[in-house]
Design a protein around this ligand. Sequence first.
Ligand code: SAM
Ligand code: GLN
Length: 302
Amino acid sequence: MLTIRDALAWASRRLEINGIASYALDARILLRHALGYSDLDLVRGVMYLSEEQEVRFRGLVSRREQGEPIAYLIGKKEFMGLELAVDQRVLVPRPETELLVEKALALFGSTYGSAPPSTTMVSDESHPLIADIGTGSGAIAVSLAKNLPHATVYGTDISADALAVARGNSVTHGVAAQVTLLQGHFLQALPGPIYVIVCNPPYIPQEEIPGLDRDVRDYEPTVALSGGKDGLNAYRSIMPNLSTYLLPGGFALFEIGFDQAAALRALAARHLPGARVDVYQDLAGFDRVVQVSQVVPADPES
Ligand code: SAM
Ligand code: GLN
């Protein structure tokens, strides 16, 4: 029989020799999950694992050894302070993507992020339409709906499997009535023009996929990762239709790869001439979010 201490030491070692950098933390998270305990229970030490708990724990550790992401093993990931259900049908929401949500919330003068510059100030949009195109787990759509209770949020995805996960998350977090999930191509699935469109599309160049961490490459859906030859396919397909799907004075926010800002600027200049483009950096200092702000047509009376 394994004690808690022995189980942790054994799992840490197994994960370490299998190249898992966060071996000690992962061992702890998996043990907690296998036992259904809190951290406090772990330190108080119910001393021995039952046979059933040991089998469960060994199974989890062996899957982690192969590189399966912790979030899939425990079936959840925190995003914008919300616990989201995730599994292999969806990309695990990334911390960088919180910047995209914060910038979207800032457009509404929400307490998140800084106040928008006056040129992009939202007028009297009290019941705004928002769309998260390529919604995956629904991380962006659900967190926007939670923070903006008067907004109507659409989430689109090509993957019916992903939409099933997003639906579960919208129900769990009590925003199912606010969030409409639609299957189809990014913008084309939307019923009409939208005020704020948010998008974290697949943007990794195809040839970089084989070199990704195995946790990502071997487990996350390829449709959520691969942006075609140069990573820009999704943007190239969305940008020409953006002005049709944006309300006058509306905004689009895209997550991008660290070296893609110039390409996004060029696409926006070509397809939305006159729109303002801002690029924001993530906490690591990399370009991560591009904001395209439609200019409100001048009022001929004034
Ligand atoms: N929004 C989620 C997030 O930020 O965690 C998931 C982002 S993931 C990088 C990209 C998502 O776009 C995946 O869920 C994928 O299924 C979806 N997707 C890929 N191609 C698409 C397409 N042509 N139309 C709609 N969604 C697409
Ligand atoms: N940031 C993700 C990664 O590098 C990529 C997600 C995406 O393509 N949108 O794993």
